[in-house]
Design a protein around this ligand. Sequence first.
Ligand SMILES: Nc1nc2c(c(=O)[nH]1)N[C@@H](CN(C=O)c1ccc(C(=O)N[C@@H](CCC(=O)O)C(=O)O)cc1)CN2
Ligand SMILES: NCC(=O)N[C@@H]1O[C@H](COP(=O)([O-])[O-])[C@@H](O)[C@H]1O
Length: 221
Amino acid sequence: MRRIAVLASGRGSNLQALLDAITARTLDADIVGVFSDRLHAPALERVPVELRWSRDAKAYSPRAEFDAELADALDAVRPDWVVCAGYLRLLDERFVARFRGRLLNIHPSLLPAYRGLKTHARALADGAAEHGASVHFVSPELDAGAVVAQARVPILAGDTPDALAERVLAVEHPLLVQVVRLAVAGRIAEQGDSVTFDGHPLLAPLTLDSADPDCLALPTR
Ligand SMILES: Nc1nc2c(c(=O)[nH]1)N[C@@H](CN(C=O)c1ccc(C(=O)N[C@@H](CCC(=O)O)C(=O)O)cc1)CN2
Ligand SMILES: NCC(=O)N[C@@H]1O[C@H](COP(=O)([O-])[O-])[C@@H](O)[C@H]1O
């Protein structure tokens, strides 16, 4: 259950959070590969070259050919879990079907609010009072999969998208680590369009306790 593959398109700060937790022995797992749709994604530099796989996805037509090649490369490392961590590409239905149930994504909003991209600017434009991050199982529809856990942050007067993104990123890292800890321990599972936690249906997402970012709280009744 401990073999984790990570998909990343950018700088990889969420990947680094997983790597740091493994080094600190607070996450009992191994990163068995980092896969990117961008040939030289900075995230790739965070792991040894033998763990890297990347292609320029924009060079593939039709799109499905990239996803099929990515899926075969992932299968080759036998991951128990596949984590989308700053992965900025829609995964096609065939890919999702191959990994469904062990495919997680961290998204920078309190889903179902603000699916897609530019979540911080959209929350600010709406005058939202709070924002945050969600970790969810990946389904064919974008950012519509069952939500496992969420972390909330306040939106402050004068916030810019970058300032808000930085505040959200600070809770993304512990949130992702805590959910992946549950995943490798076999404590969460996707059950249709919902989540089971320790074998029981999760009626609402787990929440990151801001006082203790090393723990996720069960939803209050
Ligand atoms: N089938 C799914 N694929 C992915 C999901 C998902 O829930 N279902 N989550 C995403 C991650 N993500 C937000 O968390 C996300 C990824 C990509 C996009 C998007 O619009 N991508 C465009 C290209 C954008 C660009 O290149 O800048 C695209 O794929 O055409 C929005 C949200 C991971 N995949
Ligand atoms: N829709 C996916 C998405 O927007 N993901 C977001 O990309 C940022 C960079 O992540 P990184 O620093 O881990 O690369 C993170 O905020 C992550 O939630």
